[in-house]
Each structure stands twice: as C-alpha cells, then as structure tokens.
Design a protein around this ligand. Structure first.
Ligand SMILES: [Zn+2]
Length: 114
C-alpha cells in the first residue's frame, strides 16, 4: 500500500501555492496535493477524512459537489431522539446582583438506532 492518497478536493490542483507547482521548466503545472498516510503510527485512524483531503476547504468542496450521493449512503428520513429527564431550571445570582437561569439537561441514554 502506498503511503499517501491524492487529495480528493475537486479544485485542489487549481490553487496557486508554491507546494503545488510541479514539472520541469517550460512545462510547469499546479498538481493535486498528496496527503501523507501515517499508517505506522498508533494514532492513525483510517476513517479520518483528513486522510483524503489536504484541507477543510478541499473537503468542503468535495462534500458540496457530491452531497446528493453522500446523503444517499445513509439517508435520514426521520429524526433521532435522545431520551432525557425532565429539564430542571436553576436560578443563579451573581455577586453584582445579576440574576440568570440555567437549564440542566441529563441524558437517559442515546438513541443509536440508524
Ligand atoms: Zn486539496
């Protein structure tokens, strides 16, 4: 297995940065960036999207270009719900006499049904 992927950003090869300039004099190009894969490192996560994109911008452009296909992978036709206890309202007063409220929300569990 190679130790890099090409960035999947559809416009990666169009950005004018020095590290993208490749080729010999007279036939230079801007080339898609390589994304190094640190597969020998303990922290390497094969499911991290940064393995496939050189930047957030390239990821966003990919996601925007392919959002219809992406959501068809796991369509959300109904909302998920997380059971909670009845929220409690708590009154706080600062040393300056300002009053504010917080709402305590405690989970009963998380719906993991997909
Ligand atoms: Zn890129």
């Amino acid at each position: 297995m190679s130790n890099y992927y090409w960035c999947h950003g559809p416009n990666c090869h169009t950005y004018k940065t020095q590290d993208r300039v490749r080729g010999s004099k007279g036939s230079k190009v801007l080339r898609t960036r390589k994304v190094k894969q640190n597969t020998d490192r303990s922290w390497y996560n094969p499911n991290n999207f940064y393995n496939y994109f050189c930047s957030n911008g390239c990821y966003n452009e990919f996601a925007n270009a392919h959002v219809q296909q992406i959501i068809r992978i796991a369509p959300r036709t109904e909302p998920l719900e997380t059971p909670i206890d009845d929220p409690t309202k708590e009154k706080h007063t600062t040393g300056y006499g300002h009053t504010y409220y917080t709402h305590e929300i405690n989970l009963k569990g998380v719906d993991t049904t997909e």
